[in-house]
Design a protein around this ligand. Structure first.
Ligand code: KFV
Length: 171
């Protein structure tokens, strides 16, 4: 193996590192949240507070997505003014109507993990990059997400069976 070949080889020795073709590093900032589907919003928040000591720092209704949602953090991660840290949060999602995607998820699976969300710096650039690679995005254009963010989703069939959300936070 030449020196230039070894530079292109990943640590497993199985060839060029797959990340060479991935979303450019500066666009993917980390895990933003994990979303769980619940049928009873208030009961879920009570459970997370009583059992795990999680605090709800943000709550909203997103009519277009058909959800009532809450963002929860461990109390230890909250700033003195109660603001959440930038670490990953738990998103509790309850359906607003029987037609909601969350209602459909609950009918099929019962309560549980419904999605995993990555924080990105430039949603348009990331979605263009993924589309070039043949990954299906659910929306042609970004939609409104939590707290003024812009969101899109990768189809679970193109993402290892996981509904992956991309979140560009409000600036
Ligand atoms: N995770 C993994 N697989 C899933 C899935 C999920 N959450 N939902 C559906 N599937 C699978 C399903 O089991 C099926 O597999 C296939 O995907 C297509 O199902 O092997 P199978 O049985 O063929 P469909 O087409 O019947 O599913 P449907 O429920 O009609 O639509 C799935 C999907 C992903 C297109 C739909 O749930 C969707 O549009 N989701 C994106 C929007 C969303 O989930 N909104 C609620 C959260 S709002 C939010 O997160 C916000 C506001 N925010 O800012 O964070």
């Amino acid at each position: 193996m030449t020196e230039s070949q070894s530079r292109q080889t990943d640590h497993t020795g199985h060839g060029e590192h797959p990340a060479a073709h991935g979303v450019p590093a500066e666009y993917l900032l980390g895990i933003d949240h994990v979303g769980v589907a619940v049928s009873d919003f208030d009961a879920a928040l009570e459970w997370y507070a009583r059992v795990l000591g999680m605090v709800c720092t943000h709550e909203e209704i997103n009519e277009a997505q058909g959800v009532r949602e809450g963002m929860l953090s461990p109390a230890s991660l909250l700033a003195a003014d109660g603001a959440p840290s930038s670490q990953a949060q738990l998103q509790v999602l309850a359906p607003l109507t029987p037609e909601s995607t969350i209602a459909k998820f609950l009918d099929r699976n019962g309560p549980g993990m419904q999605q995993m969300a990555y924080r990105v710096s430039d949603l348009a650039a990331v979605t263009a990059h993924l589309q070039e690679q043949g990954v299906r995005l659910l929306y042609d254009a970004p939609r409104n997400g939590t707290a003024g963010s812009r969101i899109n989703f990768l189809h679970p069939k193109d993402a290892g069976g996981i509904l992956v959300e991309l979140v560009e936070p409000a600036s």
